[in-house]
Design a protein. Structure first.
Length: 187
């Protein structure tokens, strides 16, 4: 299955079940920064256990693998679970929306976009930057910092820096923000 088909099926299932979502990580980076190849789709979702069970029911079991018990546990713990496209190996990570102030605000700011010719709802560029800085802090991932630098290079004049800097301070992401800025200034 190609990415367009996967996006169509996943977003249709979520929409039919009334699950609000937000595209983030690599595909969102490709929207706002320098592209990179991936076989991983990351979606932040706001859903109950029942909604996610209904959404998963819309996915053909011959095409997609998932574990309903893991999905229900992820809903309770506000963590994540994944779906695997068994034909292509694509992985779809469904990340339950965290209840803290930053994640709630980021979810409210999501915007319409298009990926692989499919209309989706995506993270803003600013919130993608903040998410990647946070992931870099948790996993000390240079790839996340490079993605942030790519967004800075492409969209620098369009970004809401006061918003980014407010949350960088509040979330304790100064070291990662500084490192991303250094990467963006290289060339």
């Amino acid at each position: 299955m190609n990415p367009e088909e996967i996006f169509r099926q996943i977003t249709a299932a979520l929409n039919q079940a009334g699950v609000r979502y937000m595209l983030t990580d690599s595909f969102a980076s490709n929207l706002y920064g320098t592209g990179r190849a991936t076989q991983d789709i990351d979606l932040v979702i706001s859903a109950t256990s029942d909604q996610i069970r209904v959404a998963l029911g819309y996915l053909p079991p011959t095409d997609f693998y998932y574990n309903l018990q893991e999905a229900a546990q992820a809903a309770r713990l506000k963590s994540m679970f994944n779906i695997l496209d068994m034909k292509s190996g694509w992985k779809i990570d469904l990340i339950f929306l965290k209840p803290d102030a930053y994640h709630q605000e980021a979810f409210l700011r999501r915007v319409p976009a298009e990926v692989e010719g499919v209309p989706v709802i995506a993270s803003t560029a600013e919130d993608l930057i903040l998410a990647k800085l946070d992931w870099a802090r948790m996993g000390e991932s240079l790839r996340q910092i490079q993605d942030v630098a790519g967004v800075l290079k492409v969209r620098k004049s369009l970004l809401d820096f006061p918003y980014i800097e407010k949350w960088v301070q509040q979330l304790g992401l100064m070291a990662q923000w500084s490192q991303a800025g250094q990467f963006a200034d290289m060339d």
